[in-house]
Design a protein around this ligand. Sequence first.
Ligand code: PLP
Length: 388
Amino acid sequence: MSIDVNEFYTPERFARLKAFADKKDTPFVVIDTEIIDEAYTELSKGFPVADIFYAIKANPAPQILELLRDRGSSFDVASRYELDKLFAIGDVSPDRVSYGNTIKKAKDVRYFYEKGVRMFATDSEADLRNIAKAAPGSKIYVRILTEGTVTADWPLSRKFGCRPDMAMDLLILAKELGLEPYGVSFHVGSQQRDIGAWDAAIASVKVIFERLKEEDGIVLQMINMGGGFPANYLSKTNELSVYAEEITRFLEEDFGDDIPRIILEPGRSLISNAGILVSEVVLISRKSHTALNRWVFTDVGKFSGLIETLDESIKYPIHVEKGGELEEVIIAGPTCDSADIMYENHKYGLPLNLAIGDRMYWLSTGAYTTTYSAIEFNGFPPLESYYL
Ligand SMILES: *Cc1c(COP(=O)(O)O)cnc(C)c1O
């Protein structure tokens, strides 16, 4: 079986994973945490001055949180439940936490504040006023809207952030409300394949920094550049090192020697490549005697971890052990819902001799799979995961 599309899984690593996986019933994800460790090293080398705040939503497994805690990572937390999960592993001080969700209840802001968290994202006046009351004196960063929704495979932009002029008003208001106007954040969209998206965002941030300093005497100190760094799926991206070089150049062009504190919030790029989802073929059929494409139904689907196949946005590399002549197929999940079709427009080539009971290996599935899984649609249990 060739596994060469994934440079992260060496033959030795894959053999180790397979020896483990062969004893387990499908479907499940196996994550080789060594690969996460290497991704963390690569990112910190690419951005030596940046502070990494792991976006917990990508995969909140304690094994991952512990590894990243021990590597010195901080954490981008989106809810009180994620905060509880994070603090449950122990030895994470609250100054390593940022409450990065701009949509939150006042009582949840209070909860974070009581746990010692002092850094909050916002993008609206109502939320800012809540923070001023529930978390007095805290550091505030305002998220701006970004373009780049077309070139990101999983855009996050439109729902979050505000226009730069409003961002400036919010930072001024933050000061008036007794908060510390600390910085500006953006997220260029997840799996962002156009590195230029960071250039445009950094340029907007620069304008905000300058105007606030000149017109209002507010000196901002931090840029949170979000996530968006790539995992290895079928659609090609540049290497992370190219992202790092280019983005560093954009920062230097705009800020010269006076680069503020830089925060990164990677999720996907740290975790995805470490995971392989193992499923089994349940049924193979044709819709008519003359139909050109076979349907391959597998025991994992949109409702059990593969929601990012919506609109075929994320195309995971799929491997099977059989070789030989390939045929283009439609790939669908096991539930009684016709939305549970993963790939129909993009035709994957799978071997003609693929049979019921054969296993399928979905690469780069470490992030945004386990937590997106439904809890019992059609009675199917949530996606199982194991950590090597
Ligand atoms: C989801 C999210 C991230 C992680 O993005 P990736 O593209 O997975 O790296 C970072 N920051 C915020 C605020 C997010 O919502």
